[in-house]
Write a protein that binds this ligand. Structure first.
Ligand SMILES: *Cc1c(COP(=O)(O)O)cnc(C)c1O
Length: 361
């Protein structure tokens, strides 16, 4: 009998999502849990986005605007990038998939750093491609190593800046050098899901690099800073030609109506953005300070999450904390069995995390 599934699918495992709070509480019979596992915005969604959704609900009998006119116009204005160089997705995750379906043929290779976002490899291998992983160097992306891993079979390179799960950022001049040195016929996916959280001003910014490599695609999301992960909306910048090819492959209504209006309003919600950045920066200060006092090592971050080294196994700490209603992320599936990753929460959530950590240690 012939095989049911496509080549490569048997080797995949489901993405380990951070456990939803409701599910955990049902399983353990507890309440009042907190989740610091999925790098979400602890303040909730942008209030302007929420109001836009309420105003738009009565139009849900209609299909979405398949061209994403208002949201793309706003993005174009905000970033000074032509309308025709912008694409919307059902989360930036969908755009990763769309890029692979548009540009990667079966048997083509892709290159990534490791550990990084697990979705890249899942999508490449699910599409019948092969992934080469280049180990991080001191928790940062090794661009030289990635350049050296490129072969004539390589079609796509993934760079996540700052890199999930380490939070390390790449400097602008390093990134520019990399883009100039690699072959021109490689599709470079620069995933900037956390770029708005970066404080180091030397960090590369994809919107300034778009003309530095012909096949560069910059991906961004409304899931983190703007707090609307549940709506699924992300966007990408690339050349008009690449956007045109992706538009041929994408589903016509991939970005839904509520997501489009919510994102359009969220882009203007500067009060919410300011508050979010403040909560993250103050939260990081608090967490670093307390981890220093406890004497635990951590990896300083440019994002809203970071790695903590645990004395005897990240999975064990994860499980013990879970029982206390504090959801963090074990890092064994990222090849970092000693670590947990947490994201910054509200001040009271950060305090609860520290207290619980002390107890389980
Ligand atoms: C959270 C995250 C995203 C966002 O994905 P969406 O589909 O837009 O929610 C993208 N890339 C990385 C590395 C992330 O951690």
């Amino acid at each position: 009998m012939r095989k049911l599934v496509r080549e490569g699918v048997e080797d995949l495992v489901p993405y380990p999502p951070g456990k939803p709070i409701e599910e955990l509480e049902r399983e353990l019979g507890i309440s009042g849990s907190i989740k610091l596992a999925s790098n979400e915005n602890p303040l909730g969604p942008s209030p302007l986005a929420v109001q836009a959704i309420i105003n738009k609900v009565s139009t849900l009998n209609r299909y979405p605007d398949g061209s994403g006119f208002y949201l793309k116009s706003k993005l174009s204005e905000k970033y000074d990038i032509p309308f025709g160089r912008i694409i919307l997705g059902n989360g930036s995750n969908e755009l990763i998939e769309l890029i692979i379906r548009t540009f990667l043929s079966e048997e083509d290779h892709a290159v990534q750093a490791f550990p990084t976002f697990l979705v890249y490899e899942k999508i490449v291998r699910g599409a019948g491609g092969q992934m080469t992983s280049v180990p991080l160097s001191n928790f940062g992306v090794d661009l030289k190593g990635i350049r050296n891993a490129i072969t004539p079979k390589t079609k796509v390179v993934f760079i996540n800046n700052p890199n999930n799960p380490t939070g390390a950022a790449i400097e602008a001049d390093e990134m520019l050098k990399f883009l100039k040195e690699i072959p021109e016929d490689i599709v470079v996916v620069l995933d900037e899901a956390y770029i708005e959280f970066v404080t180091d001003e030397t960090t590369a910014n994809g919107t300034e690099l778009l003309d530095e490599h012909p096949f560069l695609i910059v991906l961004r999301t409304f899931s983190k800073l703007y707090g609307i992960a549940g709506l699924r909306i992300g966007y990408g910048f690339a050349s008009e030609m690449m956007i045109d090819y992706m538009n041929r492959v994408r589903q016509p209504f991939n970005a839904n109506t509520l997501a489009q209006v919510a994102a359009t309003e969220a882009l203007d919600d500067s009060a919410f953005v300011t508050r979010t950045l403040q909560v993250v920066r103050e939260g990081l200060d608090y967490l670093y300070h307390n981890l220093d006092e406890i004497g635990l090592e951590y990896i300083p971050t440019q994002a809203n999450f970071f790695l903590i080294k645990t004395p005897d196994g990240g999975r064990r700490i994860y499980e013990l904390m879970l029982k206390q209603g504090v959801i963090v992320r074990a890092m064994d599936s990222y090849g970092l069995p000693d670590y947990i990753r947490i994201c910054v929460g509200l001040p009271e959530e950060n305090e609860r995390f520290i207290e619980t950590l002390k107890r389980v240690l």
